[in-house]
Write a protein that binds this ligand. Sequence first.
Ligand SMILES: [Mg+2]
Length: 201
Amino acid sequence: MKPTLYLDFDSTIVNSERAFCAVYNQHYQHFEDFVPAHEEHAGDWVFRHACPLIHQRSADPVAEVRRIFGLEDFFSHLEFYEGAFQTIQALKSEYEIVICTSASPENGSKKVMWIEQHMPFVDEIIILVNKSNNGVGKGRVHMLEPGAVFVDDHPANLRSTEAQRKILFNYNGRITDYNRGWDGEAVSSWTELYERLMMKG
Ligand SMILES: [Mg+2]
C-alpha cells in the first residue's frame, strides 16, 4: 500500500493570497483611500496590512474576510503555485494523495468543486469546517498511517498532527507572522518538495 501524502490547500497548493488580493482590488477600488493590495503584504490570515480597508470600513472584518474566501470570484482567481499541479500528479504513483484543508461552509463547498474540476486525480479530500473558530482544526486528523507525510504552510497545523514526516511549505522562503519559529523540514517550492519526496533512503 502506498503511504499517504496529506496536503494543505490554501497557500500550499494554490496562491490564495493572490486570489484574495485580486477580489479585494475589485471590490474596494471605489474607496478614495484605496491602495491596490499585493500578495507580498499578506502576512496574516485577515490581511490587516495588505487589505486595510476591510479593517477600516467593515463592522466585522473577520466575517468580511470569510465572506471573500467564500465568493465564486475568489475561486475564479485561484491559481496553482508553479509546479504544484505537475508535482502532485507525478507523486500520485508513490503516494495516496489526500487534501486536508480548513474552510467555512461557503468556502468548503466551492473548494471541493474546484479541486474536483482542477485535480480530479486526488484520492480524498478532508474538509474541516470549524464554525466556532476555536476548534483544534487539523489536530482532528491524526495522520497515523505508517510513512504519512503532511505538507502545510502553517507550523501550528503541522504540530497538531502525528504525521511521521512534517514539511513546512514556505513559498519563496517568505517569513510571515504565522510561519516563523519552525525548525523542522521546510521547502520553498514544489520542485524542491518533489526532489525531497522522491529521494530514497
Ligand atoms: Mg494553508
